[in-house]
Design a binder for this molecule. Structure first.
Ligand code: HPA
Ligand code: ZN
Length: 342
């Protein structure tokens, strides 16, 4: 009982969340209607049937299709606003949000359109309840190095609002090394670096993200366990892994939640964190991910608190802010565990 209480009561951080993957079916249908876009589904039942994925690519096909309803500034505002309201509800005090410019620029939608919508929502949430955030601009790895460079150039007027660059989309066949020079340029601009690696791709892709892209965090990384030397390296260098349990089940990385290796990785002292990835496609937001782990893996209070503290440690917050929140986690969990009689 106290695990469930702690999941909602503790302040938390989210480090791996694609804003386009938080497009809920109701907003999807509302915007399709607004812009007269034909989708292959017209009600919730059909959407639920369609969101049955066999791998990353089968999901990405619907993710890009869904994003095609995002056209004007207010669409991007609505998308971001609804996610931020969910952060408030889930007690996610700080979130590092990925967005995919090329998903929109490839359709002729300019940076000024989506950035204004995103920033309007972010500023409003910060003013209304102090929501803290960083933005991570992710490059689509199935597109060319040249397209990534064009994206970095187009982002130039918005760099003060962008904290890091990332790498997402179809992993197999698109190793991190394809973007070495882009990440080097981003680093020179003062941006932090993260990359999806070892979700479907082999441990070599994680090595490449570390050695070629100089990343500060690995997104997913669950396949690191296949290479003991890599596990040692990740532990020694305190390299964070932003693991997404519900995502991994929906995309068949593991057969079911009981098979997930996150707690084993945690107990090996890897710096693992829990995240939602694409919550509207994968069946849950951050607290739902923790709850699913509690139910299937019998995650206990100690493991939950360690995971939550790991997320603060692995974030791009200042040391001082991290310390403040970690102290809050200790204070609140002590009061709940001390008061708890069940
Ligand atoms: N993996 C890779 N690319 C993505 C994902 C993901 O889970 N979500 C959105 N783009
Ligand atoms: Zn992801």
């Amino acid at each position: 009982m106290s695990v469930k209480k702690l999941i909602s009561a503790l302040p938390k951080v989210e480090l791996h969340l694609h804003i386009e993957g938080s497009l809920e079916p109701d907003l999807l249908m509302e915007l399709a209607d607004k812009h007269q876009i034909n989708l292959p589904y017209s009600n919730l039942e059909q959407i639920n049937l369609a969101y049955n994925f066999e791998d990353l690519q089968s999901f990405l096909d619907l993710y890009y299709l869904g994003a095609s309803v995002l056209i004007d500034e207010d669409d991007f505002y609505q998308l971001m606003w609804r996610y931020l309201c969910k952060c408030k509800e889930d007690n996610v005090v700080h979130t590092e949000i990925m967005f995919d410019p090329q998903t929109h620029t490839e359709r002729g939608i300019d940076f000024s359109v989506f950035m204004s919508g995103f920033l309007r929502a972010l500023n409003q949430a910060e003013a209304e309840w102090g929501q803290s955030h960083h933005l991570i601009m992710s490059f689509l790895r199935h597109l060319s190095e040249e397209s990534a460079f064009d994206t970095l150039a187009a982002a130039n007027p918005y760099l003060e609002h962008i904290h890091a660059v990332g790498l997402d989309s179809s992993e197999l066949g698109n190793p991190p090394g394809k973007f070495t020079r882009v990440f080097e340029s981003a680093g020179k601009l003062g941006l932090k670096r993260v990359a999806h690696a070892g979700e479907e791709g082999p441990p070599e892709y994680i090595w490449s993200a570390i050695n070629d892209l100089n990343v500060d965090r690995i997104d997913h990384g669950v396949r690191c366990v296949e290479d003991p030397a890599l596990v040692d390296h990740l532990i020694t260098h305190n390299m964070p892994l932003t693991v997404c349990p519900l995502s991994n089940i929906k995309l068949c990385v593991f057969d079911n939640m009981q098979q997930h290796n996150i707690l084993e990785m945690l107990n090996q002292e890897l710096l693992v964190t829990v995240n939602a990835d694409d919550p509207s496609y994968f069946g849950g937001y951050l607290n739902d991910n923790y709850a699913a782990m509690h139910e299937a893996l019998e995650m206990d209070e100690k493991e939950l608190i360690k995971l939550i503290k790991n997320s603060f440690k692995a974030s791009f917050l200042s040391q001082e802010t991290k310390q403040h929140w970690i102290q809050q986690v200790d204070n609140i969990s002590n009061s709940i565990l001390y008061e708890s009689t069940d």
